[in-house]
Design a protein around this ligand. Structure first.
Ligand SMILES: Nc1ncnc2c1ncn2[C@@H]1O[C@H](COP(=O)(O)OP(=O)(O)OP(=O)(O)O)[C@@H](O)[C@H]1O
Length: 535
C-alpha cells in the first residue's frame, strides 16, 4: 500500500459519528464548473492548496448512493489498491519492453475524503473530452496511426488490471480519458513519430463496476455493464433471476475475458464509428451478442490492406463466444495487429487459433443500428437499469436532434496531429508520458472528514499553477486560498451528458436522420440491499 494513501485514519465513511462543527477545512479548492458527471457524481477540477497541483475531484452524493455505500467503498478500495500497485511497479521498474506500460494508463487515486454531503475521490486530472468524443468528432479513427496504438495501449492497461486480479466490467469509449498534460511533456514527441502520440495519454477510468477476479461467484454473475459492450457470458446473466433454479445453477461465473470482448467492441467502434452488435431493439442486440453475430461491412471486410485484415482477425478473437477461446491481454500483445508496439524479441510467438474466414453477418444491415451510439451518463442506479430507447427519445424531438446533428457536422474534424511516418523503433522518445508523483503525505486528507471544499470560478489565479513545486509555495498563498470569503455547496448533477445524443455522417452510411437513439446505457443488476441507509 502506498505511503501517501495510508493509513485510513478511522473506519470510513465516518460522518455519522461526527458533528458538523468539528469539520476540518478541506485541503482542496475546486473550480466551479464541472469536468463531467455521472448518475451519482459530479467531477470537478481542483487544486491542492499546499502543493498547488491540479487534480480531478469526483464528488459522489451520499443521498444518491444511500443504501449502496458499499459500491463506493468498493471503488475506493480498488483504486487505492491499484494506485499502491502503480507506485510499487514504478519503484521496481527497470526498463520495459513495451511501448505502453499498463500501470501508466490506469486512473490514479491520490486522495479521498468525506464531507457532510459527499464522498470525494481525488484522482489524476484528465481532459474534458474523452475517447468517445474523439471518435464521434472524427467519424472514425485512422487504423494505422490511431486504432492500433490506442488498442495496444488499452491491452497493456488491461494486462496490468488482470494480472493484478481486477476485472473492469465497463470498458467503453466514454471511460477512456486523456491525461491532462502540463505542457512540459509535449516538447518530447519525436519528429519521426509514426502514430498519434496522444496514445500515451490514454487513461482508463471509472472503476465503479470493477470487481476482484476472486470475488464471490454471485458478483461475477451480475448482469452489469453497457449493453453494446457486454460479453455473451454477461448477456446470459440478463434476467437470470427469472430462470428456474436449475438453470441459474448452470450459469458460470465470468472472468476477465469479459474485458477482452469489450475491448474488441471498442476497437471496432474506433475503426468504423459504429457498434458491432447494436440492433434496432435491445432484444435483437442481446441475441446478436449471444451468437457472436457482429456486423461486417462488405467493403471493409474485403479491404486487402494488411492492417485491416489484422484488425478483423483481432476483433474476431475478441468476439469468441466461448470466453476460454478469447486470448488474455498478455497474449494479445503478440497479435500482429498490435505486436509492433512491443519489443519483438521478448514476445513469445503466440499461436492464435485460426478463426473461420469472416462470413456475411446473419443479420442484415436493415435491422442493425449503424449509427454511432449516443453517449448516456453511465448510470449506476442500483437496481436493474436499462434505459429504454423510448425514455431516451423523450424530450429529444427531431428538431433538437437535427440541431445536434448540425452542430456535430459543423465541428466534425480530424484531430490527429502527427508528423512524418519514418522510423519505427524510436518508441520511448515519442512518449509524452510522465507519471504524476503522489503529493506529500502531510498535504492529504487521507480519508478524513472535512468541510465542503471551497469553489472558485478560476483556479489559475496567481500562486496556483500545476508547474509550481511544493517547495516554493509561500505559506501565505495557501492561507490566502483557505481564507477565501465563503464555502460553496457543491452543485447538483447536470444534464450535460444527457444531451449528447449525437449522430453524424459515417463512412458510406447515410444518416439523414437518426432512426432511434441507441440504448448504450450502463445497467446494473444488483439484487437486494436497496433499502436506504442513514448517513
Ligand atoms: N479524472 C478525471 N478527469 C477529468 N474528467 C473526469 C475524470 N473522471 C471523470 N471525469 C468526467 O466525469 C464523468 C463522470 O465520471 P465517472 O464516470 O467516473 O462518474 P460516475 O458517477 O461513476 O459515472 P457513471 O457511474 O454514471 O458512469 C466522466 O464521463 C468524465 O467525463
Amino acid at each position: 500500500m502506498s505511503k501517501a494513501l495510508e493509513p485510513s485514519p478511522a473506519p470510513w465513511p465516518q460522518s455519522h459519528s461526527r458533528k458538523l462543527n468539528s469539520f476540518a477545512r478541506c485541503k482542496y479548492v475546486t473550480r466551479n464548473s464541472q469536468l463531467g458527471d455521472g448518475h451519482f457524481s459530479v467531477v470537478k477540477e481542483c487544486v491542492n492548496v499546499y502543493t498547488r497541483e491540479r487534480y480531478a475531484m469526483k464528488l459522489v452524493r451520499k443521498k444518491t448512493v444511500a443504501g449502496k455505500m458499499w459500491l463506493i467503498q468498493r471503488e475506493v478500495a480498488l483504486l487505492r489498491e491499484l494506485s499502491a500497485r502503480i507506485r510499487e511497479v514504478e519503484r521496481g521498474h527497470s526498463s520495459s519492453k513495451d511501448l505502453f506500460e499498463g500501470h501508466h494508463h490506469v486512473l490514479q487515486l491520490f486522495d479521498f475524503f468525506e464531507t457532510a454531503d459527499n464522498i470525494v475521490l481525488v484522482t489524476q486530472l484528465c481532459r474534458h473530452d474523452d475517447l468517445y468524443e474523439k471518435i464521434i468528432e472524427a467519424g472514425s479513427l485512422d487504423i494505422a496511426t490511431q486504432v492500433k496504438p490506442y488498442t495496444a495501449c488499452l491491452v497493456s492497461a488491461l494486462e496490468f488490471l488482470h494480472v493484478n486480479g481486477i476485472i473492469h466490467r465497463d470498458i467503453k469509449a466514454e471511460n477512456i480519458l486523456f491525461r491532462e498534460t502540463t505542457g512540459t511533456e509535449i516538447e518530447t514527441p519525436a519528429k519521426d513519430c509514426r502514430y498519434d502520440v496522444q496514445a500515451h495519454d490514454l487513461i482508463l477510468g471509472d472503476f465503479g463496476l470493477a470487481v476482484k477476479s476472486d470475488s464471490p461467484d454471485t458478483q461475477r454473475k451480475e448482469c452489469v455493464g453497457t449493453i453494446s459492450y457486454v460479453a455473451p457470458e454477461i448477456a446470459r446473466c440478463h434476467k437470470s433471476d427469472r430462470l428456474p433454479p436449475s438453470e441459474q445453477a448452470k450459469l458460470r461465473a465470468y472472468d476477465s475475458a469479459v474485458d477482452i470482448w469489450a475491448l474488441g467492441v471498442l476497437c471496432y467502434f474506433m475503426f468504423t464509428g459504429y457498434m458491432p452488435f447494436d440492433c434496432e431493439t435491445d432484444d435483437e442486440t442481446w441475441h446478436c451478442i449471444k451468437e457472436g453475430d457482429f456486423y461486417r461491412d462488405e467493403e471493409l471486410q474485403n479491404n486487402q490492406d494488411p492492417a485491416v485484415q489484422d484488425f478483423w482477425r483481432f476483433v474476431q478473437l475478441c468476439f469468441s463466444v466461448e470466453p476460454t477461446d478469447r486470448p488474455t491481454a498478455q497474449a494479445m500483445k503478440s497479435h500482429p495487429f498490435i505486436r509492433a508496439y512491443s519489443d519483438d524479441s521478448y514476445l513469445t510467438s503466440q499461436e492464435f487459433p485460426q478463426k473461420e474466414p469472416l462470413r456475411k453477418s446473419h443479420s442484415s444491415a436493415s435491422f442493425r443500428s449503424l449509427l454511432p451510439p449516443s453517449k448516456t451518463p453511465t448510470s449506476s442506479t442500483f437496481k436493474f437499469y436499462d434505459i429504454d430507447s423510448h425514455d431516451l427519445l423523450q424530450g429529444n424531438n427531431s428538431d433538437s436532434r437535427n440541431r445536434d446533428l448540425e452542430k456535430v457536422r459543423e465541428t466534425l474534424k480530424r484531430t490527429l496531429s502527427m508528423t512524418s511516418l519514418a522510423s519505427e523503433n524510436n518508441y520511448k522518445t515519442n512518449s509524452t508520458f510522465k507519471l504524476a508523483p503522489p503529493p506529500p503525505n502531510g498535504t492529504l486528507m487521507n480519508g478524513g472528514f472535512c468541510q465542503t471544499p471551497e469553489c472558485r470560478s478560476n483556479l489559475t489565479s496567481p500562486g496556483i499553477s500545476r508547474n509550481a513545486s511544493s517547495s516554493d509555495i509561500p505559506r501565505t498563498a495557501s492561507t490566502e486560498i483557505f481564507e477565501a470569503p465563503h464555502l460553496t455547496r457543491q452543485g447538483t448533477l447536470s444534464e450535460k451528458n444527457s444531451s449528447k445524443s449525437l449522430h453524424l455522417m459515417q463512412k458510406g452510411l447515410e444518416t439523414a436522420e437518426p432512426q432511434r437513439i441507441k440504448s448504450t446505457a450502463r445497467f446494473v443488476l444488483l439484487q437486494g440491499d436497496d433499502e436506504d441507509e442513514e448517513m
